[in-house]
Design a protein around this ligand. Sequence first.
Ligand SMILES: Nc1ncnc2c1ncn2[C@@H]1O[C@H](COP(=O)(O)OP(=O)(O)OP(=O)(O)O)[C@@H](O)[C@H]1O
Ligand SMILES: [Mg+2]
Length: 401
Amino acid sequence: MERDPVDKLLDAVESGKSLITNREILHFTYIPDTIPHRNSEQEQITQTLIPILKHSRPSNLLVYGKPGTGKTLVVKKILSQIQKRVEKSNFPIKLVYVNSKEETTLYGLLVSFGRELGLVEEKLPSTGLAISEVFKRLLKTIEENHYNIVFVIDEIDHLVHLVSKTGNDVLYQLTRANERLKKATLTLVGISNDLTFKERLDPRVISSLGEEEIVFTNYTVEQLKKILEDRIQLAFIKGAIEESAINLCAAMAGREHGDARRAIDLIRVAGEIAEREQSNTVKEEHIRKASQKIEEDKETTALRSYPLHEKLLIIAVMKAAGLSTGEIYSAYKSLCKIIRQKELTQRRITQMLSEIELSGIITGKIIHQGIHGRTKKYKLTISPEMVKNTFKDELTFEDIL
Ligand SMILES: Nc1ncnc2c1ncn2[C@@H]1O[C@H](COP(=O)(O)OP(=O)(O)OP(=O)(O)O)[C@@H](O)[C@H]1O
Ligand SMILES: [Mg+2]
């Protein structure tokens, strides 16, 4: 007799085949006690911030490095260690951390900052003021309370990206706030994984924000292995991961640029897959499956986030009789007809194809056709099943998949 699927899973839990003992340790918010391979970065950043404990102004600081190189981790750890010392003293020192990516507006970011300084809704409303007024109120509080502040803006490139002109202005004002403060100080720490971000900044902002700069280098495969081993020891039962699996995981995460986040994600997902399969250990095959799953999840999220016509176009690429832009456009038009949507022009669609190509979901190739000139041919880089499965729950597409 076929076993009940629910009981099967519940039995597995009861029979104790869980490999992961502490899932939280594999979560991206977990801060380990020791951070291997980042001693000199920790020292440099701490050195830069030390003046805050002596009531003088630390230099502004820019922290750079590719994704997953430990920037957020290191800065947060240092902040929490300084914070512990600050709490023992009565000094008006404030350490504030915000992430630009988590804020939808510049206004929101400044209000978050204000709240950390104790500015309540009546003093600093969540909407409605001009940015310059928000700024004025922030500076007033800082000055009146004689605060010495370290203000960390993580993923600072987003701030500039979202609101290029205002973002630059605000950064400029923030970096120069000290000139307007007499009894207080404000130090800015910007963190970014976009190495070209500086090019988009106002030169005045660069010179001020970049008083000090620290670059986090990419981890080597060996370093990733050590980071993984430390984490595994805390999060998995003893002997849960085969040596070859750890090696593969480190190698895969090191392939592009030595990304510790990717390494930890891989091991977590591999652990979950191995548990589900009721395997006694995590093997190389689980790491491979995990990598595939992470890739697919990324693609699904990307597909879902497209607006309607982009989605139609992706379906058209999947269904078109040929691959040329003209053939794809015809397929797109017939899809529009079926779901009663007004079609966009061929020009707009050609442009849209190039935009989608940037995401990597489709790929294009220019074909020279002798006297007929040239055309660009597109095809999907992901499987048609992936497209169908992702869109099948959307009612609009019911009749065209
Ligand atoms: N040296 C290290 N030791 C232990 N864990 C690390 C180390 N470096 C990074 N990690 C872990 O890797 C993950 C990514 O690190 P972190 O979030 O600090 O990267 P980041 O440089 O801020 O990346 P991004 O630019 O994408 O924000 C986190 O889970 C972090 O705990
Ligand atoms: Mg980060």
